[in-house]
Each structure stands twice: as structure tokens, then as C-alpha cells.
Design a binder for this molecule. Sequence first.
Ligand code: FE2
Length: 214
Amino acid sequence: MAAPSVNRRAATAMPDAHPIPMPDPVTADDLVSTAAEAASLAALRRATGAVATTMERHCLRVFLMIERMASDGALAVDREVAFCASCLFDIGVYPVAATADVYTADGRRFARDLLEPFAWPAERLRRCLDAIERHHQLTSQWLHGAEVELLRRADLVDAFPRVFRFGLPRAWLDDLFRRVPRDGLYAEIGAAVGRMWRERRATIPRIFMPPRPR
Ligand SMILES: [Fe+2]
């Protein structure tokens, strides 16, 4: 399993001099380093119909939080798994992936079809797909892999930073939110929930329940 990446192009020092610096401003394109990562980002952009959307910035912040939490906790995280999952974890809300199923299961299916051609070992692909499908679980997901639990935590921090931080320094988060603004996030979440309410409301509680055994 790869250690968390520490390299950045055009890096500048963080306020707390953390060893993972970020460019300013940071974009998803700065971070793509493999074909699977490029395919995941391209799929997200196909889904949303544009570049650097509110959703893309949400995904980017989530990935950067995963890296920071992994570094702070000295946790080995597979960067490519984490990046691809970060691009794809909410893709099940968009028509490119949506069916009548639970949206997190749609995200898993879409990601499986996208990533299978890269012929990852089954365990790596499983961790990426679990991170997508389990990101709204209400209990710890360490059992399924560090990427799974850290994505779940990062999504909570990005959605509710006044409630959840999981040890992320306040100053680092403030700096991240300046570099990758959260503008429009709640409107985006509201629109997605509204679509689900109209099109598949019976599936909404199941987003938070353990997925079907596979
Ligand atoms: Fe989500």
C-alpha cells in the first residue's frame, strides 16, 4: 500500500508548516498523477457538465483532508484509491450514474465499471468502491480500510466543519476553504436531495444503512 503522497507542484508553505503543502489556489488538475485518477476526474466533469464545479471543489477538499488526516495519523493510505474515490463518491446523484437504486450503490456500480479496465488488484478496487458506497454510514468504517473511514470523515468535515473536525486544525481548514472555496455547497447538496426526493425517495434512508452484503 502506498504511503500518503507528499509531493506538490508549485507548492507553498502551509500556515502550520505541515509537510504536505498545497498550491494556491489548488485545482484537481494539479493533483492528477495516474490514468485512473484522470479517468475519475473526467467522469466527474462529464457528470456535472463543467470544470471546477461546486461538486468538484467538494471532492477536491475531501481528498486533501484525507491526505492530511492520513499524514497526521501516520496512516498508510493508497493515494490513487483515495483520489479516485474522492472524485466519484457522490457521482450516483447525477444522471450518468443514477438508477432507481440507492445513490451510493449507483456510485459504486459506476466506479466499478469505470475502474475495472485498470485491472487493479481486487482488494484495491474493493476499498475504493467501499469508500464510495459507505461514505454516509453512521458508524466507523476502519474495518473496510483507512480510505473508507477517512473519506467518510472528510465528507462530514466538509459538509459540517463547525460540528466535525476529526483532529484537523482549524487554521488548516480555514486555509483550505480559502484556496478551494465551499461556495454553493449547500445549494448543491439541496438540489441533489431534492432530485432524490422526487425520483427515489424510498431509497433515502438506505443511504445511511449498511449496504447489501456482496
Ligand atoms: Fe454523499
